[in-house]
Design a protein around this ligand. Structure first.
Ligand code: PLP
Length: 424
């Protein structure tokens, strides 16, 4: 289908054919959902051994009675798990509750209200703002939006954020006090930042406002589908560049064990952790150490965690293959869409022709297939070109995903033809 070369008559014929197919699908009254990146029930079962693993043994190896209050930084054995995932020293890790997003919120709030490591609170700046590589993770943007922190779009490339743009923006605007990064299997593009990008990010601390922080959300650090993809270590790079204070890292076991009942980790320099702990102290007496101990026993060695992630990959791989084969079959030799081939993570990011994404989502919804709202991957929910759609293959069973993808490609074709007709 070469839309640009087609005559009006040709387009009208296509519209008629595609619309007839679409109407037939609507009659099936489907109810399918490929919106959020949740683990499937099969994946959750992999961690059911957590239940009962303590068997009455509540004391951690260091003697801590995990049933009691205390220990703001988390159990040492849980911090070790976080240190292994993020590849950082254990003294620089806090193990928290079940959500890294909560830790991110807390970390942004710390910068906003109190400032990090003796720097001015961000709220005292004229117009504090974060750089947001786009498309990106909607919940990062929601934190900034709620606190009234401005957001500046930066394009994502296949090696990470466009670093020329990042550096130019930071050099000219001292009110830029943060950047959101999902450095491995980025949400939603699946891109892993190149070593050069990591190095350039590590150097930003030299030119930015001293209160500037990189929010390094390594949510998919160990979520490789096949061979391990290497991400350069940002901590090492910042230490070498004498900018160790410029980065705060996050991870969690949300997509490792039970999504709603895992552990989250934050890692940073001792000065940053001191600022964070000051705020956390006012919020909590300490995390759920019983759950931390359950996880530490479940993954007594890092190799067990690796094996566990391999089992996740075996479940996820056919789902990614299903999505990708639908896209290839439908669009390989056309200009109706572009996508990346992710090597891990939870998403496939699809770009329609300009001005079609919202229409695709609407058509799919009418046919009973729920997609992430168009625009959700951009700050303020506004995709300036109305192109990006995030596909989350993990949750539905394979047969449902297969049906949902058939509907998806049909909706992309129909919306593209209609858009072209509109523009003639
Ligand atoms: C990039 C990213 N960060 C964080 C989260 C949520 O993490 P948590 O469950 O630890 O709050 C997600 C979930 O989809 C995510 O994609």
């Amino acid at each position: 289908m070469d839309i640009d070369a087609a005559t009006r008559e040709q387009l009208q014929n296509w519209e008629k054919e595609l619309n007839a197919q679409y109407q037939r699908i609507c009659e099936h009254e489907l109810s399918l959902d490929i919106t959020r990146g949740k683990p499937s029930a099969d994946q959750l079962h992999l961690s059911d051994g957590l239940d009962g693993i303590l068997n009455g043994e509540y004391r951690a190896a260091d003697g801590t009675d995990t049933r009691n209050y205390g220990g703001l930084e988390g159990l040492m054995c849980a911090r070790e798990l976080g240190a292994d995932i993020l590849q950082v020293p254990v003294e620089e890790v806090i193990a928290g509750g079940n959500s890294s997003l909560t830790l991110m919120y807390c970390a942004v709030l710390t910068g906003y209200l109190f400032g990090y490591a003796g720097n001015k609170p961000w709220k005292e700046l004229e117009a504090p703002k974060f750089l947001c590589p786009v498309p990106g993770y909607d919940r990062h943007f929601a934190i900034c939006e709620q606190l009234g922190i401005g957001m500046v779009n930066v394009p994502m490339t296949d090696s990470g954020p466009d670093m020329d743009a990042v550096e130019a923006l930071i050099e000219k605007d001292r009110d830029i006090i943060g950047i959101w990064c999902v450095p491995k299997f980025s949400n939603p593009t699946g891109v892993t930042y190149s070593a050069e990008t990591v190095e350039r990010l590590a150097q930003l601390g030299r030119i930015a406002n001293p209160g500037f922080r990189i929010f390094w959300d390594n949510a998919y650090a160990i979520h490789d589908l096949d061979n391990q993809v290497n991400l350069a270590n940002i901590r090492t790079a910042t230490v070498e560049n004498d900018t160790a204070d410029s980065v705060i890292q996050f991870a969690s076991t949300s997509k490792v064990t039970h999504a709603g009942a895992g552990l989250a980790f934050v890692s940073a320099s001792s000065d940053n952790l001191a600022s964070l702990k000051k705020q956390m102290q006012a919020m909590t007496i300490g995390p759920d150490k019983i759950n931390q101990l359950r996880h530490a026993r479940f993954f007594a060695e890092f190799t067990l965690l690796k094996e566990h992630m391999h089992k996740h990959a075996q479940i996820l791989k056919p789902k990614f293959q299903c999505v990708l084969s639908h896209l290839e079959k439908a669009f390989k030799d056309s200009d109706l869409g572009e996508w990346e081939n992710p090597l891990g993570g939870y998403f496939v990011s699809f770009n329609t022709r300009p001005g079609c994404a919202a229409a695709v989502v609407e058509l799919a919804a009418q046919a009973g297939v729920k997609l992430t709202p168009a625009g959700a991957t951009f700050p303020y929910g506004v995709d300036p070109e109305d192109r990006n759609i995030r596909i989350a293959p993990s949750f539905p069973p394979l047969d449902e995903l297969d049906t949902a993808m058939s509907v998806f490609v049909l909706c992309v074709k129909l919306a593209s033809v209609r858009k072209q007709l509109e523009m003639l």
